[in-house]
Design a protein around this ligand. Structure first.
Ligand code: AKB
Length: 315
């Protein structure tokens, strides 16, 4: 059967690359991208202006395209969420519930919704954080992701909706800008290393966080969405990781390519407290076992790719 895929919030860091990958896989016209404003570069296929909070408009999108798959990527991330907690809660929760409801009504085959390592908190195990453990998120973003996970599982159990989800760690990419997260330093650092040769990091030198190179993240997302439903043992959200590093380790990896690069650290940035409550590494054994997750990029390979592609962009 031909797929009809809708991506909601397609202009962001994940959406930009996921849209390209899905269009390559299913054909340009089968993938409808949508966001609250026009994309910076012309869309390669159908595009619609949609605000996920406008349920009537969202319903008309479902009515028009009768989607078989929906990817909901519109969200407020951790750092920006702390500046306007109610807005973050509203967009992240109401947006998800609107999409889940319409997906039940329109009998969508599969829904993808991203969760995050922000569901963990200060009392979760810090190292190799397991799939199941104490979760006491302290950001509104983390609260919304944790509640969202429960809703996803609820819709699966109650309505049989095939919702699939990944707890993304920090995502590192060079194609689109990140959207206001705590892990964004790991992208800014590359841009500044190449343009200025210096970077003032808003996290401390030893703050270790789990990360994933975007190419791996996209492959993992497609893999999860392709997996037979009966193989999936988790309907809240899968732990997933590729690598873990500190700012000082990343700076060392960058220096291999930009020897004059130097890094300094700012004090008192509110994002430090967010990072301090998050895991430093993740155990993703369920994703490996259930759908064959096997990331390709380590720190060296990821750094090489980032530098190579960003340099080409600057030329
Ligand atoms: C953020 O930093 O808010 C995101 C995330 C880890 O979900 N990148």
């Amino acid at each position: 059967m031909e797929e009809s895929i809708i991506i909601i919030g397609s202009n962001g860091q994940i959406g930009t690359e996921l849209a390209t990958a899905l269009r390559l896989k299913y054909g340009e016209k089968s993938v409808v991208t949508s966001d609250i404003r026009q994309p910076n570069t012309p869309s390669q296929g159908p595009f619609e202006i949609v605000n996920v909070l406008d349920k009537e408009l969202l319903q008309s999108l479902f009515e028009k395209y009768k989607p078989t798959q929906v990817y909901l990527l519109a969200a407020v991330l951790s750092a920006v969420g702390e500046q306007n907690p109610k807005l973050a809660w509203d967009l992240n929760m109401t947006g998800l519930l609107n999409v889940l409801d319409l997906s039940v009504t329109y009998r969508v085959d599969k829904v993808f919704w991203p969760s995050s390592i922000a569901v963990f908190g200060p009392h979760s195990p810090k190292e190799e954080t397991p799939q199941y453990c104490i979760m006491d998120p302290s950001t509104v973003y983390g609260l919304s992701k944790q509640a969202g996970e429960r809703w996803c599982e609820y819709y699966f159990n109650k309505y049989g909706l095939d919702v699939r989800s990944i707890r993304y760690p920090g995502l590192i990419s060079w194609k689109a800008a990140p959207g206001g997260g705590t892990t964004d330093y790991a992208i800014h650092i590359f841009h500044e290393a190449l343009s200025k040769g210096t970077y003032e990091c808003f996290l401390s030198a030893e703050t270790r966080l789990p990360m994933l190179y975007m190419e791996d993240a996209i492959q993992g997302t497609l893999q999860l969405m392709d997996a037979p439903a009966e193989n999936l043992t988790i309907r809240s959200s899968y732990n997933l990781t590729g690598l873990s590093f500190t700012p000082v380790e990343l700076a060392e990896a960058i220096k291999v390519h930009v020897p004059e690069f130097s890094i300094s650290y700012s004090n008192n940035d509110p994002r430090q407290a967010i990072a301090d409550g998050w895991p430093s590494s993740i155990n993703d054994e369920y994703a490996r076992k259930d759908w064959g997750w096997n990331p390709q990029f380590n720190l060296k390979a990821m750094t090489e790719e980032m530098i190579k592609n960003l340099k080409q962009n600057l030329e």
